[in-house]
Structure formats: C-alpha cells, structure tokens
Design a protein around this ligand. Structure first.
Ligand code: GLC
Length: 756
C-alpha cells in the first residue's frame, strides 16, 4: 500500500542545532528560467484532460497483469497501461504489487512504463513514480535498511540522519525511483499511535533537525524528490488510532507540529504529502487554510502537494464533509492539492474534468498544479532522461552504506537499566535467549519492509541475523527456547527449565511488524503472554535482561523493577540483531537516548515538555503520582559514567536581539570510551501561555575517552525562546529563564520582548 538563522530563530529553534541547515538563500527555490520556459511551452499545448491526468496518481496494481505473485518483478497488462497513460494521460504511479522488486525488476518495470509514456502519448511526458523508502530502500531486494526514524532519533545525530537520507535517496535513484514518500515529520506525541515508530520522537527540535537533515541527504543527487509527511498534526489522534481526528488547537499545531515542516521546506524539500486525519474537525485535504494560506503563504512551499491514499474520496465516504465525490474533488483542489493519490480508479480524473468543463474550477487552477508537477519532473531530470540509468546501480548497497546502517543501528540501542552491572554479558556465561523477538527478522525491521506490513519473512535475504543468531555467534554457551509468541502463550515450562540452568536470561519482547491502522491498539501495555513469560523466568531467580524490540514504548512496569537489565532496541533494521548483541556483550558501549517519554502506565502519557500542573500528585503536591514515567525523555545509560560541571552563562541577561553563550564541561569519569549526547533545555518562569517545565533548545554528541573532559559552548538566541501566543504569533516575553544541562541549572533574564 498501500520527512539559526532567520527561520530557525523564528521557529524558536536553537541556532546551534540547526545552524548547518537553514540559510535564507536556500529558502525559496529559484527555478531556471529556461526550464520554466520549457514547462510553460509544454503546458500551453496541453488539453484539460492531459492536465488533469498529470494531477492523477495510480497505484501500480491498476495496470499490473492479474494473477502472478508479482514479486521481484511486476508483469504489466499492456492494455491497462495504455488505458492509464495514453487514454487517461495519468502522470504518476506508485507502490509495489506483491512486495519488493529486484533492481532488475524495477528497471524493467519503470522502463516499460516510460516507453509507453514517452513514445505513445501525444506529448510524451514521462511518468513520475513514487515509492515508500522509509527506512532505507525497503522495497528493493538487497536494499540497505536502517533503523526506523524512532531509533535514528535515539542517536540525536544529525550527520547520521543525513547519511541515512543520502543512502536512501541514492538507492532510490539506483532503483530508478525519483519520488520518495519520506521523511515522516509527524511529531510523536502519542505512543499509542501505530505510526509512532515512523516519527523522530516527541520533540519538535529533534524532528526538525534530523528530518531536515534527512531531506538534505535524500535530495543530494538532485534526481530524487523527498516528501514531507503527513502534513499536518497527523500523529496525535485523540483515540490513538490511525486516521482519526486530532483535537489540537491551531496554537499547539504551530508550536509543535508546524516547525519541522517549516524547517524542511527551507531545506528545499520538493514535495509534501497531506495528513489523512483532521485538525479540530477539518480534514486537512479540505483545508485551504493549512494547505495554501500556511504551507504556501507562510512557509513559502512552492513544490508539489500530493494527497495520501484515497483521501479525496474519504472526504465523502469517511469524513463526510463532502456530499458527493465531485464535491470532494472540488474541495481538495480548492484547498490546494496538486496530485491526487487516487489511487485505484479514475473518479478523481473524471470529476475534475467535469468541474473544469462546467466552469466550477477554472482551467488556470489546473495550470498552477500542472506547472509545479512539470517543473518537478524537469528538475529531477525526467524530461531528458526518463528511463532508469544503469550507471546508478553503483550507488546500491555499497559497503559504505551498509557500514552506516550498521553504525546507525548500534548507535540507536538505548541502555535503560543496568543494575549491578549485569551488562555487558560474559561471553562464557550460560545464557538463555527467549521471547518472541529473539528469532524474528520481521520484528527487527518493522513495517514497510519488503511488503507494506513487513510481516512476510520470505522476502528477507539469507544473510541478516536475528538477535538469536547474533548471540549464538558471540557467546560460547547460548541456548534458546521460544517461550511465547507476541500475542500467543508459549511453552513456559521449557523456558523455566532452561532458565534454572542459566546464569542470565535474555528475554527479547515487544512487537512484530505492522504498518498504519493495522497497528492500532487499545492498550499500550505489553501483551499478557509476554509479561507472563518474563514474570515466570524472573520467578526462577536467574537474572533477567529485557530487550525491547518495538515500534512504540509498550508499558512494562509490571516487570521492569525485577529486571536487572533493560535495553531498548526500537525497530533497528536489518543489522539490528548484531547491534543488540554487540551492546549486550559490550562490543559497543551504548549511547542511545530516548527521544520520547517512556510511560509507566498506559494512561499516563505526559511528554517531557509538560506543564507544572501535570507534575502535581493527588494532593496537588510535587512528587510521585504526578509526572512519573518509567523513563524520561533523554534517558540512556552507558558502560562508562559522565559528570557535568561548570555550567556558565555568558551574561545574566540578554535583550531581544541578543544571544546567550552557555558553557558546560562534560567529563568521562569511567573506564571506557563513550559517546554522550548533551541536551540543553530552557524553562521560562512565567509566561502569558502556560510555560512548559522545559523545552529542548540544543543537543550535541561528544565522544570522550576515559578521564577526558570537554567544554562545550552553546549559543541560545533570544529568538529561540519565542513561543506561539494565543493569537498565533511567535512572541518573546521578558522575564526569568533557566538553562538546564546535565542536572545543572543557571538562570538569566530576557530584558525585553518582541513579536513577529
Ligand atoms: C499510505 C501512507 C503514506 C504512504 C502512502 C503511499 O497510506 O499513509 O505514508 O506514503 O500511503 O504508500
């Protein structure tokens, strides 16, 4: 199936964290005049039907031959292809049919499509083919697969995010796929949300910085278009279920959800995909305010806006804001969409032609969208070279790419608990490995892996290793008992017998792969069969280490206290088994930090930037019962220890146009080299909108040898301290602020405010 300079400060982001990204010069794409002239000349020759066809996107299944299993390659039905491209003038296709294709499969498919598009249609305009490479080249056999964004965010490493984007974009190019529906820039504010793993976690700055870097990397060749999705506030449905209404105020949308899109637009993102949900009762596909006034008017986005799957029709069939399909088409085109991911029929195409013929929609409105689409195709090089270039194959699954995916997986692993130094494990220890994630490749890779749901292990190459296989290759006495399924009870007796004869039990639990609404749940608690397995093994008295392989933080408070060690692996990708085992055996000193707040209870879901009143307990005092998560945002242990000293502020006060230098020393006080991510927060003592207890303003990772210390300098611009007031403007209000780094706090004042 079926994302410090002027803008950075406007969005309240630390220039330190985004300095590399934003520059006004890159803010608005300048189109080459010759290209614009070429596109306008083409546009002038187009009929209404041809223009509407360019705005239509179909899934490849519509033109595929019936019956064959459609994996590794896709067999096309020539008549259906001609109906789509020649008769209906369709300008874009997407997706796979039965799952991943080989490089040859993609080249053959795209080549066949472009042959018809360029040789048999009147104007010979090539097709723009879209795909979901969301954690590497996950729909091309042998593609390099990274951790999903949630794990990538745990590295807090901008360079790693950019590299993952580069590899993904390069392998899309190698596959002949010029349009990638990534990165997800939805901010992960609700762990129930089944697409939580696709987010960069709960903080807007991390999402904007890593997401913006991913866009830069993905588009570096100039031949691949990234897609910012899903615009806007898609990830906070009040039910926690995919594609259900979000009850967020416009103020909160601007404070939390809009900044990552603004940042990525400044990075030059070429396309945006719309959210399938609703903001405050308004489906975004029907919102001229969000799609045109804000995205184009305020953010200056001049690229292509594509709907999500069937979402125009859903205005009629689900959201029920459109009495007919034709009304739905009118509403979405009026709101500002350019391409309809229809994706399985021609109702959009027919309705739009009718709307233009009857004068409801002027042809000039089509010209706006079709110009953007043709400019995109021209600037991706499609008009001159529509066929996949075999020379790009050299970009595919290179050793460097695999190394970066391995490194990303290692760096994502987050050590949450290590009582009595149970970790790292001794290689000669008697180790029992059990639990449903131990021998699962699909759990390591999660959704969007070779198939939409990621659950078909038959697509996986021979080579990668499950956690169990990786453990067997490292330990001298490793035994395995399944213990339980993800949702089904297993043979507890066998697990207990084996646990009694082990020095330590590694229980790999969590979630098997899922995508979108298939991952909807009603209870964030880890499923009962898995909790029972853990409790039974704990009852034997053998020390237990939990490995959490999951797309979102399942609640494990029932077993966390008795576990000696706990490691969060997220969905670490193809090299995740090795990465986890490297951490468990101490080959790698873990450095990941939680990019979200890990809930202790299924209904206690406050995020790190909560308000004071969310910290008070039942008698309105401070303390347990208020904000009391299992683990806080930014939590992550190491096999060494770090100390923070000498927090110094450059000035006791700053004016609205000033910046504050913040210096802090970090020391490695342990016996192993390690990598520490330094998180800098601020807190405004009083404000006209209830202030957060803290907001992340900058982050940076440092590598320190044992005994080494390093002074870091951060620069916080006064503009970074702006927040969105109730009238929607970004305001800076004078008053006292705290800076908090590594448990140290300093206070300064902003002497005067300002509004933009
Ligand atoms: C899906 C997803 C979207 C994806 C699109 C194409 O419904 O919501 O993220 O890019 O369809 O597969």
């Amino acid at each position: 199936m079926m994302q410090p300079t002027l803008l950075a400060v406007l969005l309240g982001f630390s220039a330190v964290a985004v300095a590399a990204a934003v520059s006004p010069a890159s803010a608005q794409r300048r189109h080459d005049p010759a290209t614009v002239a070429r596109v306008d000349a083409l546009l002038a020759r187009m009929t209404v039907e041809e223009k509407v066809g360019q705005m239509t996107q179909l899934t490849i299944g519509v033109v595929a031959a019936e019956g064959t299993p459609q994996r590794d390659s896709v067999r096309i039905d020539p008549a259906k292809l001609r109906e789509a491209l020649v008769n209906r003038h369709v300008g874009s296709l997407l997706n796979v049919v039965g799952g991943s294709l080989t490089l040859d499969g993609w080249h053959a498919l795209i080549g066949q499509v472009q042959d018809v598009a360029t040789r048999e249609t009147r104007l010979g305009i090539p097709v723009l083919y879209g795909i979901d490479f969301v954690h590497g080249a996950n729909y091309t056999r042998g593609g390099t697969l990274f951790p999903h964004n949630l794990g990538l965010a745990a590295t807090f490493d901008v360079d790693l995010a950019r590299t993952a984007g580069e590899v993904t974009g390069d392998e899309a190019l190698a596959s002949g796929l010029p349009w990638n529906f990534a990165p997800v820039l939805d901010v992960g504010r609700l762990p129930l949300f089944p697409r939580f793993y696709e987010t960069f976690g709960e903080d807007p700055l991390v999402t904007a910085t890593l997401g913006g870097a991913a866009v830069r990397g993905m588009q570096r060749s100039g031949r691949v278009a990234a897609t910012l999705k899903h615009y806007l506030a898609y990830s906070i449905p009040r039910s926690g279920r995919d594609r259900t209404p979000a009850d967020v105020t416009p103020r909160e949308v601007r404070e939390i959800f809009l900044p990552p899109f603004a940042q990525a637009v400044r990075e030059g993102a070429r396309t945006v995909m719309v959210n399938s949900g609703e903001i405050d009762g308004e489906p975004v596909h029907a919102s001229r305010y969000w799609l045109t006034d804000v995205l184009r008017g305020e953010l200056g986005f001049d690229g292509v806006i594509v709907t999500d799957w069937e979402d125009i029709y859903f205005l009629h069939t689900r959201h029920r804001v459109a009495p007919t399909i034709k009304d739905a088409v009118r509403m979405a085109v009026d709101a500002g969409i350019d391409v309809s991911m229809s994706p399985s029929d021609y109702r959009f195409t027919d309705a739009l032609i009718e709307l233009v013929r009857e004068g409801t929609i002027p042809e000039s409105r089509l010209d706006e969208s079709v110009r953007r689409i043709l400019l995109l195709k021209a600037e991706l090089g499609l008009l001159d070279a529509p066929h996949p270039d075999p020379a790009h194959r050299r970009l595919f699954a290179t050793e460097a790419s695999v190394r970066s995916a391995r490194e990303a997986a290692r760096r994502s692993i987050t050590l949450l608990k290590n009582d009595g130094g149970i970790l790292p494990l001794r290689r000669d220890a008697r180790i029992l490995v059990t639990g449903p994630a131990a021998a699962s490749l699909t759990a390591l890779n999660g959704g969007w892996t070779y198939t939409w749901q990621g659950t078909d292990a038959s697509h996986f190459p021979e080579e990668p290793r499950t956690l169990l296989e990786a453990m067997l290759r490292r330990g001298s006495d490793v035994r395995y008992v399944a213990g339980s399924g993800f949702t089904q009870a297993g043979d507890l007796g066998a697990a207990l017998d084996a646990a009694k004869n082990a020095d330590v039990v590694v229980v790999a639990v969590g979630e098997d792969a899922y995508s979108e609404w298939v991952g909807n749940i009603d209870d964030l608690t880890l499923p009962e069969p898995q909790l029972r397995l853990i409790e039974a093994v704990q009852a034997t008295g053998t020390p237990v280490v939990l490995v959490l392989v999951e797309g979102r933080p399942r609640v494990i408070s029932r077993v966390a206290d008795r576990a000696r060690g706990i490691v969060m692996a997220y969905w670490p990708g193809m090299y995740g088994g090795d990465a986890i085992a490297d951490v468990l055996f101490g080959e790698v000193n873990p450095s990941g930090k939680l990019p979200f707040t890990y809930p202790r209870h299924p209904n206690a879901l406050a995020t790190y930037d909560h308000r004071y009143t969310e910290t008070t307990n039942n008698d309105f005092g401070r303390g347990p019962g208020g904000f009391n998560p299992q683990w806080e945002f930014g939590h992550g242990l190491s096999y060494t220890t770090y100390a923070y000293r000498d927090l110094r502020l450059g000035s006791p006060s700053i004016g609205p146009a000033d910046s504050l230098a913040v210096r802090v020393t970090v020391a490695n006080t342990g016996a192993r080299a390690g990598r520490e991510t330094v998180l800098l927060f601020t807190r405004q003592h009083y404000a006209s909108v209830t202030p957060s207890m803290r907001r992340l303003r900058a982050f940076r990772t440092v590598e320190l040898q044992p005994g080494e210390s390093r002074e870091l300098t951060f620069t916080i611009a006064a503009d970074d301290l702006r927040f969105v007031a109730r009238d929607g403007r970004r305001v800076l209000e004078p008053g006292a602020f705290d800076v908090m780094v590594g448990g140290l706090t300093g206070t300064f004042h902003v002497t005067a405010g300002g509004t933009r």
